[in-house]
Design a protein around this ligand. Structure first.
Ligand code: HEM
Length: 513
């Protein structure tokens, strides 16, 4: 009976023999490494190919193939679903691929489409970023978190969270206090702080419980604590308030104007307008959206999920695109083709490894890299492409992976160098290729598998929004500020993993240009 409690490794996939002979499996070895590095996913990937009966996938091409081309064989994994369900029981992120999820994703799909983001979200993101780039030095992680929340909140619900502006006011007043000995009151903090606190709470809880060794149970227990109930209350109240305002606006509109949507000011407007429209068309009363748990959870999820958040060459490329001395407008920024800017953003997302990895579960018996993996297995995949992959026999790859590799290799009319050289360093040029017809350098999104946003049907819904925001932030900061050399001890890519990975040395030394 005791043997039944031992972890049973998948036959054919290498595993640690000692772990297979104790009930605690890999934990005795894993916990000290997690403590020493502060990175639980990295620790798992570093130690073995199979932990606690959890096969690990490390090859970027094969992972991309699983995510993007093998959707019929894989679904979200129980471990992630159980973790997220505690916080967002109704959101689609906490659910398997069901028709219900399809409907929830459909409701948000247009709000994440390029046209809508460009028209409605981009101007808000641009303004929120200008607050950050006004030439003052900033504490990188905190201020970027605040600016991200400002930008997402206004794009999502059309109201300013105002956190960055409040922080700048506090900073300026403290400087004046220091010079004249005064004590100025910056006024009450904006409501955005309430949500910032709840986003922090969810990230911290998931991080703490994930490295506890019993993540699912720890998460379940935490849900009974008063802090968890406070989290739920704040989210329902704050998001409910903005939903109510949007629905009141739309209730007064005629059917024709509801369909046109020219008054949409944010993503929430689009989503709620569609709901009002559907109810009006069917002659049904609209369910009070502030009681719609699915919508409340999906809205908070968008904010939570968005949280993660060569300069000379880049500035030169930006100066060529925008030769005038003033900061480019949002339309100029969005409309300009600047391959080096796109390459720098793509390279930052690759190297940062903001989300180290994620799980999928097999829904049929299948093979990965030639190994048999039965139905129901959870696979933990490394999304951080930061070192050269181990050599793999091409014929061990899945048929779809081999076909995609052949297609990529056969692309004509472009010349590219060795894109996989020194993957531990920041080199935007690996994403640039020469178009042989025009002789121009162009951005090549396929230079390497880009796994920063996962992929496929359950890949990141906010990818276009995140890339648009990141591109805006990078361009405005690099045009307005010079990032000076840091002392040696601060030049490190070391990071700690909470739910996302955050740099251990988040410092920037700046000079206003
Ligand atoms: C740099 C910023 C971001 C990074 C690195 C990132 C990364 C990720 C990753 C790795 C996943 C899991 C995908 C998978 O396993 O295939 C994910 C899922 C998701 N992300 Fe993002 N994300 C970012 C920004 C955003 C933003 C701005 C939003 C929305 C406002 C967002 C919304 C979501 C949602 C809703 C999911 C779940 C999708 C599903 O379950 O179908 N993300 N993200």
């Amino acid at each position: 009976a005791r043997r039944r409690l031992y972890p049973k490794p998948f036959p054919g996939i290498p595993y640690n023999k000692v772990s297979a002979n104790r009930i605690a499996g890999d934990l005795p070895e894993l916990i000290p490494v997690i403590k020493a590095t502060n990175e639980y996913s990295t620790s798992m990937f570093a130690i073995s190919t199979q932990r606690l009966r959890l096969p690990l996938a490390q090859d970027p091409r094969e992972i991309e193939d699983i995510l993007v081309r093998r959707g019929r064989e894989f679904d979200r994994a129980p471990m992630s679903i159980k973790t997220l369900k505690n916080f967002f029981p109704y959101s689609f992120m906490g659910k398997y691929n069901t028709p219900e999820v399809k409907e929830q994703k459909r409701i948000w799909a247009d709000a994440f489409g390029a046209d809508f983001l460009r028209k409605v979200a981009a101007p808000s993101i641009y303004n929120a970023t200008l607050d950050l780039a006004d030439g003052r030095p900033f504490e990188v992680v905190e201020d970027l978190h605040n600016a991200t929340l400002d930008a997402i909140w206004v794009a999502l619900v059309g109201e300013e969270a105002g956190i960055t502006r409040h922080e700048i006011k506090k900073f300026l007043q403290s400087q004046r206090d220091a010079s004249d000995g005064g004590r100025r009151d910056p006024g009450p903090p904006p409501r955005g702080y309430l949500l910032r606190r709840e986003v922090d709470y969810v990230s911290e809880m998931i991080a703490k419980n994930s490295s506890s060794g019993i993540p699912v149970l720890a998460q379940k227990l935490a849900a009974y604590l008063p802090r968890h109930r406070q989290f739920r209350r704040t989210v329902d109240t704050e998001i409910g308030l903005v939903m109510r305002k949007a629905v009141d606006r739309f209730q007064r509109l005629e059917l024709g104007r509801l369909e046109a949507g020219e008054n949409d000011t944010c993503m929430m407007d689009l989503v709620l307008r569609r709901k009002v429209l559907e109810a009006k068309k069917l002659g049904r009363p609209l369910m009070d959206p502030t009681k719609d748990k699915v919508l409340l959870d999906d809205t908070f999820l968008m904010m939570f999920a968005s949280y993660p958040t060569a300069q000379t060459e880049l500035r030169a490329a930006l100066k060529v695109a925008f030769p005038h001395p003033t900061t480019p407008s949002v339309d100029e920024l969005l409309g300009a083709d600047i391959p080096y800017l796109d390459a720098a953003c793509e390279e930052s997302l690759r190297l940062a490894g903001v989300a180290k990895g994620n799980l999928r579960q097999t829904v049929v018996d299948t093979h990965i890299m030639g190994h048999f993996v039965p139905k129901g297995a959870e696979i933990f995949m490394n999304y951080h492409v930061d070192h050269a992959p181990y050599p793999v026999d091409e014929e061990k790859r899945s048929a779809s992976s081999q076909a995609a590799g052949a297609k990529l290799a056969a692309r004509e009319g472009i010349s590219r160098g060795d894109v996989s050289r020194d993957l531990g360093s920041f080199e935007p040029r690996r994403w640039l290729v020469k178009d042989e017809k025009t002789g121009q350098e162009v951005f090549d999104a396929y230079a390497l598998p880009q796994l920063a946003f996962g992929g496929g049907y359950r890949g990141c819904s906010g990818r276009k929004l995140a890339v648009m925001e990141f591109r805006t932030v990078v361009a405005l900061l690099v045009l307005n500020l010079e990032f000076l050399e840091l002392p040696e001890e601060m030049k490190t890519l070391k990071a700690s993993e909470t739910i996302f990975r955050l740099p251990d040395m988040p410092f920037a030394s700046l000079r206003a240009l």
